[in-house]
Design a protein around this ligand. Structure first.
Ligand code: K1U
Ligand code: ZN
Length: 175
């Protein structure tokens, strides 16, 4: 298991439409393991493949925040949204590719997704609460969309400038 570096916005790879996963093989299982380890270490509740520079349609999530509770890691391969609720939910979202920035985003409160598991089984499940918010945030990543795209242009630009500064500082620190 390897911790993979998480791309920071702005990065052209975070704006790309990802390609479907063609085969569930050893490399894909290793990628999913690495993504879960990277997500837990960050820490985060979700992580999509493009955030580690892999432009394929899969994401991982575990929205159990209680450290005393058993973890519930999920790997969703080639996810599709099959239904969304009319009711909405607003949540202050963050993103591991936009560190330390948070903003309210309104999305459907419930969502149904169909995906392939690591075992190659096609399953469908309905998510609510934080699971629904996180699944939609991660699904957006696979279509090159960030939570910043739901904000007004001024707020988006302000956060983007902060991230450009952060990246310059981090690049300087590595020399
Ligand atoms: O996709 C990502 O960048 C991960 C992101 C997922 C997410 C957070 C909030 C709403 C929707 C989707 C994160 O995990 S940010 C970190 C975070 O929310 C968190 C970190 C530690 C404990 C609990 C939450
Ligand atoms: Zn994100």
């Amino acid at each position: 298991m390897t911790l993979r570096p998480i791309l920071i916005h702005p990065d052209p790879r975070l704006k790309k439409l990802c390609d479907p996963v063609a085969a569930i093989d050893r490399d894909l299982r290793r990628l999913a393991d690495d993504m879960l380890a990277t997500m837990y270490e960050a820490p985060g509740i979700g992580l999509a493949a493009p955030q580690v520079g892999v432009l394929r349609r899969l994401f991982v999530m575990d929205c159990i925040k209680d450290h005393a509770a058993a973890p519930q890691p999920m790997v969703l391969i080639n996810p599709e949204v099959t239904w969304v609720s009319e009711a909405t939910r607003t949540y202050e979202e963050g993103c591991l590719s936009v560190p330390e920035q948070f903003a309210d985003v309104t999305r459907p409160a419930e969502v149904r997704m169909r995906w392939t598991t690591l075992e190659g089984k096609v399953v469908e499940e309905q998510f609510d609460g934080l699971w629904a918010t996180c699944a939609q945030h991660e699904f957006d990543h696979l279509n090159g969309k960030l939570f910043l795209d739901y904000l007004g242009p001024l707020k988006r630009q302000m956060i983007t400038r902060k991230m450009e500064k952060l990246k310059r500082e981090r690049a300087r620190e590595t020399f």
